[in-house]
Design a protein around this ligand. Structure first.
Ligand SMILES: Nc1ncnc2c1ncn2[C@@H]1O[C@H](COP(=O)(O)OP(=O)(O)OP(=O)(O)O)[C@@H](O)[C@H]1O
Ligand SMILES: CC(C)(CO)[C@@H](O)C(=O)[O-]
Ligand code: BAL
Length: 284
């Protein structure tokens, strides 16, 4: 596996691959890799001739400087995991490589970003869309891989791909969980032992909500039940819980629209670690 640190190296490599007619898969990440990332790399390896994984802790998408400073950075361990998963090239740029000058670009995804992560992390999706656009231009992938754990992110990137006519296929994979249900996340490493023990309560609360959706209970009763269940775990500080349309991500207030899937999404703090999770429920 090659390790590339400059944008010019990546462009040169992808140009050669394109000229040779090779199909390129791209897996954008912020590193501290786990099975959630590796399923994306394995899928990319199975579906393309070559795979680029980027590991870049992107400063422009962090609204909290402490979160950026403490984000786990493990490039050697990441490299060791990527080669056996079928990655051809690891792109490991510096901030200066990705941002040779301060970016002034501004994206506005309208209602899609005025809820949940966009509402609670000002500027977050502007930073995500900026770096993902740069990665698409540098890597020129035929397919790009993302996880449903970041449901709003994948929805916004789908809009970005359509609006800017990126000539690629967006591929999304479902959330990989620990055996106790906790969604795998790089930030899980930062949980204290006590907080790690209660963290599965997040998924348990989402499962309770999913059961209530299936029983046809109202969004307001689901909100109440999920919030009450999480309030009983003292270590968990819920930031938001949303009952949303899985496509538009807009809050569902009254009746379900038959045939439209529902997304139950939350963000919560355990100590100084902020986690997100979601489940998607089909409504008959
Ligand atoms: N548990 C998971 N299952 C499936 N995909 C995942 C999972 N965790 C992350 N991904 C996906 O991997 C890609 C890179 O995510 P990222 O590097 O931010 O990892 P992360 O574990 O989500 O970290 P954190 O949540 O702490 O930011 C994203 O497309 C993300 O949705
Ligand atoms: C897509 C991404 C790599 C952009 O920095 C990041 O938001 C992530 O890891 O989900
Ligand atoms: N996985 C989403 C990236 C972030 O939390 O900034």
């Amino acid at each position: 596996m090659e390790i590339l640190q400059t944008a010019a190296e990546l462009q040169a490599l992808t140009e050669t691959w394109r000229r040779n007619g090779q199909r390129i898969g791209l897996v954008p990440t912020m590193g501290a890799l786990h099975e959630g990332h590796l399923q994306l790399v394995r899928a990319a390896a199975a579906q393309n001739d070559v795979v680029i994984t980027s590991v870049f802790v992107n400063p422009t998408q962090f609204n909290n400087p402490e979160d950026f400073r403490l984000y786990p950075r493990l490039p050697e361990a990441d490299a060791a995991l990527l080669a056996p998963a079928g990655c051809t090239a690891l792109f490991l740029p510096s901030v200066e490589q990705m941002y040779p000058q301060p970016t002034v670009l501004r994206f506005d995804f309208g209602p899609l970003e005025r809820v949940m992560e966009g509402a609670h992390r000002p500027g977050h999706f502007n930073g995500v869309a900026t770096v993902v656009s740069k990665l698409f231009h540098l890597a020129r992938p035929h397919r790009a891989y993302f996880g449903q754990k970041d449901l709003q992110q994948v929805t916004i990137i789908r809009q970005l791909v359509a609006d800017l006519s990126f000539d690629l296929e967006l591929v999304a994979y479902s959330t990989i969980r620990e055996s106790d249900g906790l969604a795998m996340s790089s930030r899980n490493r930062r949980l204290s032992t006590a907080d790690r023990a209660v963290a599965p309560r997040l998924y348990e609360a989402l499962q309770l909500g999913a059961e209530m959706v299936k029983q046809g209970q109202s969004p307001s009763s689901i909100r109440q039940a999920v919030q009450a269940q999480l309030a009983s775990a003292e270590a968990i500080k819920l930031e938001y819980f949303e009952v949303a349309d899985a496509q538009t991500l807009q809050s569902v207030e009254k009746a379900w629209t038959p045939g439209r899937a529902i997304a139950l999404c939350l963000a919560a703090h355990l100590g100084d670690v902020r986690l997100i999770d979601n489940v998607i429920v089909d409504v008959a």
